[in-house]
Write a protein that binds this ligand. Sequence first.
Ligand code: ADP
Ligand code: MG
Ligand code: ZN
Length: 182
Amino acid sequence: MYRGGIEVISGCMFSGKTEELLRRIRRSELARLPVQLFKHALDDRYTGGHCESHSSMKLPATGAMTVAELRSKLNPNAQVIGIDEAQFYDEEIVPFVMELADRGRQVIIAGLDSDFRGLPFGAMPQLLAIAENVCKMHAVCMVCGGNGTQTQRLGTSQELVIVGATDSYEARCRQCFRPGGV
Ligand code: ADP
Ligand code: MG
Ligand code: ZN
């Protein structure tokens, strides 16, 4: 049976992307499908070989900093392949996941749709375009309690990625979002 395809779980920080990815990987595992979960090692929550959500759900994961590393560490028997923090990989991730889907693999990608400036993040626009299935997750705005769709940086650093700084961000709605930091 051909089960290949690409699913993207996207949204801002704290919207539940990792929780949803872990849920989907877990249910495949329960059905005894061979799974492999990748985690970008730039994330400060990548510790002890696990992929962990902000709510402390976690599963074992393989760390990979580049698409070349994803390729070299890929388990050829994996039927379901999860990739968290996909916005951190370069555009080579697009042909990589296409090949996997063409070979009948189910690829589940989680990643930020936009950065702290409100701009599309990495190859996420292309991944969203080629996916069979797309889920936009939402958080709760930390200012007004509305629909949190943006990642607000707290502070004025202009680095694209502040490593090890989960405290430096919060979810905001479109109205309360201040692109680039407060
Ligand atoms: P993501 O991968 O999208 O950053 P996670 O799946 O790691 O998100 O974490 C989602 C969890 O974050 C929620 O279940 C909740 O426990 C927590 N959380 C913290 N702040 C918020 C917020 N403002 N809105 C919603 N959930 C939040
Ligand atoms: Mg996450
Ligand atoms: Zn708001």
